[in-house]
Design a protein around this ligand. Sequence first.
Ligand SMILES: C[S@@+](CC[C@H](N)C(=O)[O-])C[C@H]1O[C@@H](n2cnc3c(N)ncnc32)[C@H](O)[C@@H]1O
Length: 441
Amino acid sequence: MTQAGGESHDNRTATNGTNDQNDQNGTNGQAHEAFVDGSVAISPNTPELVPGLLDQIASSGKTLSSGVPKARVELLDAARSLVYALETPREAMIRFCWSQSTAYAAVETGIDIGLFTVLSKDDNPKTASGLAEAVSADRKLVARHLKHLGAMGVIIETGPDEYRRTGFSTLLSLQRYSDGFHCMTACATAAIHALPAYLKKNGYCNPSNGKDCSFQIGFNTDLHFFEFLKETPEAAIQFNNHMSAYHQGRPSWMDVGFYDVPGLIKQANTGEQDVLLVDVGGNVGHDLSEFRRKWPNAPGRLVLQDLPEIIVRAKTVPLHSSIELAEHDFFTEQPIQGARAYYMHSILHDWTDDNCRKILKNLIPALKPGYSKVLINENVVPEMDAYWEITSLDIVMMSLFASMERTVDNWHTLLESVGLKITKIWTAERGVESLIECELA
Ligand SMILES: C[S@@+](CC[C@H](N)C(=O)[O-])C[C@H]1O[C@@H](n2cnc3c(N)ncnc32)[C@H](O)[C@@H]1O
């Protein structure tokens, strides 16, 4: 960390291990470099880990071929760790500084010009010229983008200026998924990029105000994220699509063997007016649709609640006829009394503890003692070995909302502070959102 008034931008002479005592004391802002030998840049990062990782890869590889479901994830983790261990710090620096942002830009441009739609028509290799013609874009420009996309593994280079699709590039031809890129550009990435400057300006305090965090700097606005989305309808659609797509393929609490859905249903009242599930802040209804698909015979009403502008959108989405739509601001009192369960997916992580307490206090009067459950579908950050998707999201939350992904202790503290108790936390596997079941304390 640079000392106030210190120079941090020109450290070229400080990397040979000869820094004087002033450096080590941090008096000129270069304390963090005191003992660093510059040759570290060109030797593998952690070579001592390589043999163990190779063994792990060999054994996970065997398990993969025998069809054990978790083997793919374990192999991927080990392979990723092997890359980190083998690459030199210089290579890691370039990966962060050059490749990630440029690959992102190339993908987004590819989406914009329809490149992936054309490429994904079939498995046949396609030339840069043919692709450029098909998307009506400059041949040289397209060829340069294709080269980078090939180098980054987004597509496969099959010959000079010739490429074929991959699963990833095929996915990018579907708007529900490609909108993740547009969503991040329209309402997130600039805030993340602004985070270091925001933190520096604010003395490295943990952000705690969603109306004054790096989001407002990055997007040059004084609106809260959700107010901003309301003002930018295109970004809102992209955000909704991203919300509906980001957790695809991961275990869901509605799957058999994750949470006790049969227990929830079995003890639910089955009168015509009884509500089984209220999805609070349920966006355009993807979770309730999934629930109805997986539990077609579950009795009771399913109610989707969100802000008016989102409910308008949800009306354009083909939802099962049993799903009711209702406008509801969760900072106001919950209008549906005594439902079997009130479900919140990725809601509380958007808000600081103070705001979460307001949301929960508006829900609690609706709970029927001994009957109603609050089901919170969120990440629970483990003490060790947190998955990178969770830690990434934690920094995204810090940037967009001044909020956070929570640990088990954080969840207990928050929920108990409003008179709820956690009855059980169900977790299917590493990196996947848990189901936190609560009831009135
Ligand atoms: C991160 S998204 C999660 C959406 C959905 N539960 C899911 O997991 O896909 C947060 C949702 O909260 C909604 N929201 C934000 N502020 C709200 C408010 N004051 N009242 C109700 N919903 C709100 C947003 O419109 C959005 O749909």
